[in-house]
Design a binder for this molecule. Structure first.
Ligand SMILES: Cc1cc2nc3c(=O)[nH]c(=O)nc-3n(C[C@H](O)[C@H](O)[C@H](O)COP(=O)(O)O)c2cc1C
Length: 332
């Protein structure tokens, strides 16, 4: 390093010192600086839903079928392929029986061999089963070249949505019916999470993974409320507070693993919903006893709407941050 560079750096230090005093500390971790050099190599490879991933990060289901979706999905899928992340497609309802928007959902060429799952809601599955159109699900998986199906469970969203669907049956019975299709199934919520009894029922099923979709991040009940009329908003505002945070759900899941010991609870876990960054992700996956990774939707969306370079930089920073956390932080 040249003298000029060193001198500039020293000047920066003096100028910035007063701005850089931080009283707040992250009380989730012990900081242990002694035991490793800086992280240099890659993160260790992970087996998840029967596939290999190069970082423990899942891009949660978002979009498809609107004008902006093509670019968003292509960017997200490229990041998955480049960094070895998993991804859920946004709801594929729009391409079930009509291929107009199929291209938005054909992402395998970008994702390469990382996990990629199609996505349908409970209401659409109910309709499919009622109409004896079960073959549509396998067709969907074939035409999107996905590894299986994510079923989103969203009773509150449907209830609060002005044009929402009505569930005639219990979601658990629809999920069990879907398991008879012989495809890999992941079940998720969309921002409220699952309470312990629901989680326990899911854990007893032969699912590929359970995705928390917990409370504390993007909240679809709240989002739908903004789209409804004022009297409805006032009546149901507090419904958007229902649910469980990702941290609370890790606690439920760990207890249930102990309770259900020996009952083949083999589903992998995607800890998602309000996971803001690599530190949240590291904290929650370290806390979990399961084979778990973490999922994020809105955090990726923020950088996926424009140039791929923005998303690439964001993703790279998150992965580098995760390596740093793994090197120097231990759970308290
Ligand atoms: C724009 C947007 C669209 C979404 N669409 C879907 C969807 O089609 N299917 C689904 O299962 N979840 C959908 N979700 C929910 C996310 O997959 C995720 O569960 C939720 O946003 C919580 O994650 P976050 O707090 O990291 O955003 C969507 C989320 C966002 C932000």
């Amino acid at each position: 390093m040249g003298h000029q560079q060193t001198s500039d750096r020293k000047k920066d230090h003096i100028d910035l010192a007063f701005k850089s005093s931080i009283a707040k500390q992250d009380s989730r971790f012990y900081y242990e600086p002694l035991f490793d050099g800086h992280p240099s190599g890659d993160l260790s490879e992970i087996s998840f839903v029967g596939k290999k991933m190069r970082a423990p990060i899942w891009i949660s289901s978002m979009t498809g079928g609107t004008k902006e979706a093509a670019i968003i999905n292509k960017n997200l899928a490229r990041a998955c392929g480049q960094f070895g992340l998993g991804m859920g497609l946004g709801s594929c309802r729009i391409i079930l029986e009509d291929d107009e928007f199929l291209a938005d959902f054909q992402l395998r060429k970008f994702v390469k061999d990382a996990p990629l799952y199609a996505n349908l809601g409970i209401a659409q599955l109910e309709e499919i089963f009622d109409a004896n159109k079960n073959a549509l699900v396998k067709e969907l998986i074939n035409k999107t070249e996905t590894d299986g199906l994510i079923i989103h469970v969203n009773p509150l969203q449907e209830w609060l949505q002005p044009e929402g669907d009505f569930f005639k049956k219990s979601p658990i019975s629809t999920i069990k019916q879907a398991l008879d299709l012989g495809v890999n199934i992941i079940v998720k919520e969309v921002g409220q999470g699952f309470g312990p009894d629901s989680l326990k029922e899911l854990m007893k099923l032969p699912l590929s993974a359970i995705d928390f979709g917990a409370h504390g991040g993007t909240n679809f009940s709240m989002l739908e409320m903004h789209r409804t009329k004022e009297i409805r908003q006032e009546a149901y505002e507090k419904v958007s507070h229902w649910g469980h945070s990702a941290e609370e759900m890790v606690g439920f899941h760990n207890c249930l693993l102990e309770e259900l010991e020996g009952q083949h609870c083999n589903a992998d876990i995607i800890i998602s919903g309000g996971v803001r960054d690599f530190m949240d992700g590291y904290y929650l996956t370290e806390k979990s006893y399961a084979n778990s990774i973490y999922g994020q939707a809105s955090a990726f969306l923020k950088y996926a709407r424009g140039d791929y370079a923005d998303l690439e930089e964001y993703t790279q920073l998150q992965i580098e941050g995760l390596k740093l956390a793994k090197t120097y932080l231990r759970l308290r």
